[in-house]
Every structure is written in C-alpha cells, then in structure tokens.
Design a protein around this ligand. Structure first.
Ligand code: APR
Ligand code: PHB
Length: 390
C-alpha cells in the first residue's frame, strides 16, 4: 500500500500528528505495536501547558478537555512545613490545565475513529527502510500478514523504547539518570488541595496532583531499586501525611486503585532527523516528571513537525529542514527546567558523608526560599511551567 506519511506509534505524539495532517488532507497511516485496550489503560502525565491547550483548541480537539479539564492558576511549593503559592496567572498571565494523558489519548483515538483514520494496533516488527532516499517504506506484520507501506515520510513517534531512533546511523544521546524514583498512586478521594503541591521534606519529595474533582494522584520519592511490594497502602499514606503535612491542613485518604514505581531519567538524542525519517516526543527525548514536561514536549514537537510537513507539501522545504534544530533548541530549555525543579525538590541521599548531604539539603531550602521570595524568580518558574512558546 501507499500513503504520504507513515506514523509509527499511537501515543499522544503520533495520534495528534495524524489530526494535524488530516486537517489539510495529507494522507497518513498510524502503526501501533500494542493493543487499543493497552493504550487506553496506561496512566501517564496530567498537566497541559497553555500552549498545548491552545493547539488542541485550534484543531477542534478540545471538547472533552473543555468539559473535564481543570484550569489551575499556579502551584504550591512546600518546604520546612510551609506552603507557598506561585500564581502563574498573576505573574505571567498564563495558566495550566489538569487533564490526564489517558483522557487525551482516548479523545484523540475516538476522533480518529470518527473521521475514519487508518490506525492499526498490534502491529509487529515495524521497521523503516531507505529513509535516506526519496522513496522510503515501512515494513511490518499485521494479523499474520506482511505489510509494506510506501510513503514520502516516516515519523518515529514510537516512544523511548521504539525502533526509529536506533534506525538512525551514528545517532548519539546525552543522558543522565537520577538516584531516585517516583512511587505514584491513584486514589478515589477528592483532592485535598486546589492547586498541585510540590514538597521537599527531609524524608524525601512528595507531590499532590489530581485527575478530577473525585480522583487524586499522589507521588513519593523512593529509591530506584525499591519494590512496590515493600509499599503497602498504609505505609504510602503515612509517608504522604508526613511529607505533605502542614499545620491546620488535612490530607484526605481513600482507596488506592493503582500504584507503581517509575525511574527518572533525562535523555536527548543528538538529532531528530535522518533523511525522510523524523522523530517526535519520547522517541527523541525524555525528562524527569517534576516539571510536567513529557507530554507537553511531545505536543510541542508535533505542532512544529505538523506545520513543517504542511509547508513541505505546499512547496516550502525550509521548516522541515530546520525541524530537528528548532525542536531540540526548545527541548534543551525544557531539559534545564526539568532538571532544576527535580534537583531542587528531591533529597539527595547518594553521598556517604552526612555533612555533604546536610549542606546539599540546606542549599535546596535556600533555593526554595529565594524562589518563593523573589517575584523575578517566581516569574521565571511560572513562565517555564506554564510553557515556553511553541
Ligand atoms: N512499533 C509500533 N509502535 C511502537 C513501537 C514499535 N516498534 N515501539 C513503541 N511503539 C508505541 C508504543 O507502544 C506507544 O504506544 O509507540 C507509542 C509511543 O507513545 P508514548 O510512549 O506515549 O510517547 P509519545 O507519544 O512521544 O508521548 C510522550 O508519553 O511517556 C509519556 O511522559 C511521556 O507524557 C509523555 C508522553
Ligand atoms: C500528574 O498529575 O501525574 C503529574 C503532575 C505534575 C507533575 C508530574 C505528574 O509534575
């Protein structure tokens, strides 16, 4: 078969790119390794930058978001048992919206069903070929049949573990892992806070997020080698109460419906382009979750890539030629913000020397005091959290 753009991976990046192309009549096929049920069941990120909300609105893909998204004007930073509000709306005139990646994927998929897109699930052995020339193709196996899809462009929106990045000869990566992980839970209890709380506590970072007015999402810093089996529900709530507690405030507990431990990593590929193959989203870069940038970076990439492909089909090669450079330039700013938030808020236990650990902790408190005490510092945080321009 033949199409114009072969998209590999049906995460938010691949699904959204399909909609951008559909709008201007560019043909595409989306090939996804996992089942539809698996994709719809994955619990991932939960915060949309203003720019992400704006693009979904422009594309007419925000009906569910407008109904169920929760607009937040800021966040709380907490340390030494005190909570400080950072008011994005007041500081930079922008907001963020709480809306689960799971809900976004569900909506994007439902819209693909409605417009009759060719989205195939449970596709095995996907492989891009001859992307250096002007007649690339993708091979795969679907329903026991071998597929060959000839196309103009191949898009690797196949996540961190995908096949497209390794298909780029000589590609390099700059990366770092962190000596801590996040234990995340979903609980059927109304959030105990209006805005998200990010807390530094001597026992480790904790955070209070939410998915709706009925469902809370909470996180605890744990060691990366810890097993979820060592964290019965009682122990999780006890640590959340300890780390998030402030005088006069109550953290409401509820039944835990999901819990898992996720390691944290920063990763940026050296390029997002090889001939007619382009990478977008987690396939090209990963951030630790502290700044809520993973999903937003995927959306920013495809907004740019989508525009660049549309320009290319209109006869202008320029934007596609600079896609990798432009997307990576934005991504490195996002990387430094994510790393900054992460290091400021987590307890660094790796040094064997108690005095070094204490020094580190006190400088983090100093950093938080500066950040919450200076309007300039608050504005810098607000500008980056609410999102750099796309
Ligand atoms: N063939 C086909 N599909 C593949 C392959 C493959 N070989 N390998 C991976 N995939 C699919 C995955 O199953 C997944 O559904 O590609 C999709 C990639 O989706 P995501 O991992 O959600 O990545 P992306 O769309 O870039 O979205 C980034 O996801 O991990 C979070 O924090 C991250 O919120 C961010 C968002
Ligand atoms: C979430 O709700 O899952 C969430 C929110 C903010 C973050 C990370 C995760 O920084």
């Amino acid at each position: 078969m033949r199409t114009q753009v072969a998209i590999i991976g049906a995460g938010p990046a691949g699904l959204l790119l399909g909609h951008i192309l559909h709008r201007v009549g560019i043909q595409f096929v989306i090939l996804e390794q996992k089942s539809r049920e698996y994709i719809l069941g994955r619990i991932r990120a939960g915060v949309l930058e203003q720019g992400s909300v704006d693009i979904l609105h422009e594309l007419g893909l925000d009906s569910d978001l407008a109904e169920r998204g929760l607009t937040h004007h800021g966040i709380y930073l907490q340390y030494e048992g005190q909570r400080h509000h950072i008011d994005f709306l007041d500081l930079v005139g922008r907001t963020v919206t709480i809306y689960g990646q799971q809900a976004l994927v569900k909506h994007l998929l439902a819209e693909h069903d409605r417009i009759g897109s060719d989205v195939r699930f449970e596709v095995d052995d996907v492989q891009p070929h001859e992307v250096e020339g002007d007649a690339p193709f993708v091979t795969a196996v679907h329903d026991g049949e071998e597929l060959r899809i000839d196309c103009d462009f191949v898009i690797g929106s196949d996540g961190y573990h995908g096949v497209c990045r390794p298909a780029i000869p000589g590609i390099r990566a700059l990366e770092r892992s962190y000596p801590y992980a996040w234990l995340g839970i979903l609980s059927h209890v109304p959030p105990s806070t209006d805005d998200l709380i990010y807390a530094l506590h001597p026992s480790g970072f904790a955070m209070h997020s939410m998915r709706s007015l009925e469902v809370s999402r909470l996180y605890l810093q744990v060691d990366p080698d810890e097993s979820i089996d060592d964290w019965p529900d009682d122990r999780i709530w006890e640590q959340l109460q300890l780390r998030l507690g402030t005088p006069g405030w109550t953290l409401h507990e509820g039944a835990i419906s999901e819990k898992s431990i996720t390691p944290m990593r920063s990763f940026v590929a050296s390029t997002l382009e090889h001939g007619r193959l382009f990478l977008a989203g987690d396939a090209g870069h990963i951030v630790p979750p502290t700044g809520a940038k993973g999903l937003n970076s995927a959306i920013a990439d495809v907004a740019l890539l989508g525009r660049s492909l549309v320009a290319r089909y209109g006869g202008d090669e320029g934007p596609l030629k600079s896609y990798s450079r432009s997307a990576l330039a934005r991504q490195w700013k996002v990387q430094q913000f994510s790393q900054w938030m992460t290091e400021m808020l987590h307890v660094h236990r790796e040094s064997p020397d108690e005095a070094t650990r204490a020094f580190r902790y006190r400088t983090q408190v100093g950093q938080l005091e500066y950040t919450t005490g200076s309007r300039h510092a608050q504005a810098a945080l607000a500008e980056q959290y609410a999102g750099l321009p796309f």
